[in-house]
Design a protein around this ligand. Structure first.
Ligand code: PEP
Ligand code: MG
Length: 621
């Protein structure tokens, strides 16, 4: 076999996580693991290890002219699979030595299968000779090799089921390839019991959007960073979560108890009685804290020296609307419209979109709703757009720098116009603003404005009811270029919303969802703070409103700094609104300005953090 050497026969203790698990070893009594705190709260529950649903492949024939394209799709899926496995391998160092010795050869064997192996040779031959799609060829070839091995295993009891295990591993690598080829949703949460803690290698934003917060108590994953969209969705759903936990899957069984502490960023598997009672106390204290904060709902958002600060909510999923109402937010500062496009086969029609937006606008009953047009790209993959041929099929090697946000919309005017028309129709029901994502050039704003006006004219000709004046059209300032050019962009845009998540990522050249470099992702970096300051002064030069809607806005420790920089409008996930309000109500603008003047003289993010800590301790909240 080309992918030998295999692991020590009999050394792998397969877990209940099933055949999809590449990392299986024996269960330890109590394991305390550390990761990135992604959503505050503590959850205790039985582990539900998400088995990746076996991808369904229906046999699909192709034309001879498609052979090359199918080969390219296969190459991209192989590359993606290799990256996933290399990442798992790079984390082995945190595991006990014994586990490393067992798992490393297995991962190496997987990786070998993704090199010049019998499997891949067979797959390519099938595509070319039998004229089948890449996924069909992968499934058929993997099954054929596995069947040969299984037949051999009937005669080799002495080898301890060695060939049978090999057969399963070939199938497993086949499944991984097919999942990466079809980009089918990885997850099936159907088997999770009430109150389960969901544990996975990684979750995509579209997977996270499927989680029912009434059923899933907590989430932990090996992959992921604090400001990636998966983390944002988990916060939106209010599910205690810890991401980027190395070694999480090792020896893990569905059903064992797990404690997820999304405040400090720990996961305890199989907790002993002391840990368990500590966790129960933390759950109760968190609930008390939440209740105390909920009393702030009716209080004004105003500083001690009487300056009003607008606190709005970000909305990712319609399920959050009741939480927004409870939070005391005075509007939606960022409606991420991606949710409408996720987990479906077709692109939503104008009517469908108009209904959804109108529902939000009516629910907000007169408070402004800022609807951001589709921000496809980066980690926000949307299958329906691929199916509709609106975005390239191939995996972009640098998706965050590729066809994202406004760039895609200007390339796909029909997609853009449909969404603008739906938003304009919803604007008849209440105050709306329209927000453009990922702007880097003034020409993009101008082009978008021209399309916006054209869509409005067309709707009026159709007799649609529109507001007398068009809703303001603003831009996300989330690229360094937009921040640096804020003074000129402010002449074209009617408002700014600062997206600190992407701004930080692009300014520091650090992927916001990547665990390997998560310690470098720091919104308190002086470079990021200077870009925010430039944006605010750019907005002031043309007297246009500016708000902040990235995750920085949701961190009450950073509220004084943002107030000191001049921001008076914040948009955060609903559960952060009371905490930020508490910070606003506990400080004065003059103190914040003094803090900010000091902070802007610092050269190191750690000094900035220290200054914020000292300020936090000295202030009343
Ligand atoms: C941001 O980049 O800060 C932002 C709010 O947009 P998103 O997180 O959706 O990219
Ligand atoms: Mg962004």
């Amino acid at each position: 076999m080309p992918w030998r050497p295999w692991w020590k026969p009999g050394s792998m203790n397969r877990t209940d996580g099933g055949p999809s698990s590449p990392l299986g070893c024996s269960l330890l009594p109590e394991r305390r693991l550390f990761g990135i705190a992604a959503c505050a709260g503590v959850a205790i529950g039985p582990v539900f290890r998400t088995t990746e649903a076996p991808p369904q492949v229906t046999r699909h024939k192709i034309h001879a002219s498609d052979i090359q394209a199918e080969g390219a799709r296969l190459d991209a899926a192989v590359l993606q699979s290799r990256k996933q496995l290399m990442k798992l391998r790079s984390r082995l160092a945190v595991l006990p030595e014994e586990s490393q010795g067992e798992i490393a050869p297995l991962l190496d064997a997987y990786l070998q299968m993704l090199g010049p192996s019998r499997l891949l040779r067979g797959v390519r031959t099938r595509i070319a000779d039998r004229l089948v799609s890449a996924e069909t060829a992968v499934m058929e070839e993997a099954n054929a090799i596995a069947a040969t091995l299984t037949a051999a295993s009937d005669d080799e009891h002495a080898a301890g089921g060695h060939a049978a295990r090999q057969a399963e591993e070939v199938r497993e690598i086949g499944r991984r390839l097919v999942r990466n080829l079809t980009r089918a949703p990885f997850r099936s949460f159907a088997g999770a019991v009430q109150g389960a803690v969901l544990i996975a290698e990684s979750l995509r934003p579209s997977d996270a959007a499927l989680i029912d917060p009434a059923r899933i108590a907590g989430v932990a994953t090996e992959e992921g960073g604090t400001d990636g969209h998966t983390a944002i969705l988990l916060r939106a759903l209010g599910i205690p979560s810890v991401l980027g936990v190395p070694g999480l899957l090792s020896g893990l069984r569905t059903g064992v108890t797990a404690v997820v502490d999304g405040v400090v960023g720990t996961v305890i598997l199989n907790p002993d009685s002391t840990s368990l009672s500590g966790a129960r106390r933390a759950v109760a204290s968190f609930a008390r804290d939440r209740q105390r904060l909920s009393r702030l709902r009716r209080l004004e958002s105003v500083t001690l020296d009487g300056v009003a600060v607008s606190l709005q909510a970000n909305l990712e999923l319609p399920i959050e609307l009741p939480m927004v109402a409870q939070s005391g937010a005075n509007g939606i500062g960022l409606l991420r419209s991606e949710f409408l496009f996720m987990n479906r086969d077709t692109v939503p029609t104008e009517d469908e979109q108009a209904r959804s937006y109108r529902n939000v606008v009516e629910t907000m009953a007169g408070d402004t709703v800022t609807i951001r047009v589709l921000d496809w790209g980066g980690e926000k993959e949307i299958e329906a757009l691929v199916t509709a041929g609106m975005v390239p099929e191939l995996i972009d090697s640098n998706p965050a720098l590729g066809l994202r946000g406004i760039r895609l919309l200007l390339r796909q005017p029909e997609l853009f116009e449909t969404q603008l028309a739906a938003i304009l129709r919803a604007a008849h029901a209440g105050p709306v603003r329209v927000l453009l994502p990922m702007v880097t050039n003034v020409a993009e704003i101008r082009a978008a404005k021209a399309i916006y006006r054209r869509v409005a004219d067309r709707l009026r000709e159709r007799g649609a009811a529109l507001p007398a004046t068009l809703p303001p059209l603003g831009i996300m300032v989330e690229t360094p270029a937009a921040a640096l050019c804020a003074d000129v962009f402010a002449a074209e845009a009617e408002f700014f919303a600062i997206g600190t998540n992407d701004l930080c990522m692009y300014a520091l050249a650090v992927d916001r969802g990547e665990v390997e470099v998560s310690e470098l992702y720091d919104p308190l970096h002086p470079g990021v703070l200077r870009l925010i300051r430039m944006t605010i002064s750019g907005a002031a030069s043309h007297r246009i409103p500016v708000s902040v809607c990235g995750e920085m806005a949701a961190n009450p420790d950073m509220t004084p700094l943002l107030l000191g920089l001049g921001l008076r409008s914040f948009s955060t996930n609903a559960s952060a609104v009371p905490r930020v309000k508490q910070a606003v109500r506990g400080t004065t603008i003059s103190d914040c300005e003094r803090l900010t003047a000091h902070v802007l003289q610092q050269s190191d993010p750690e000094q900035v953090r220290d200054a914020l800590k000292v300020f936090g301790h000295s202030s009343a909240y």
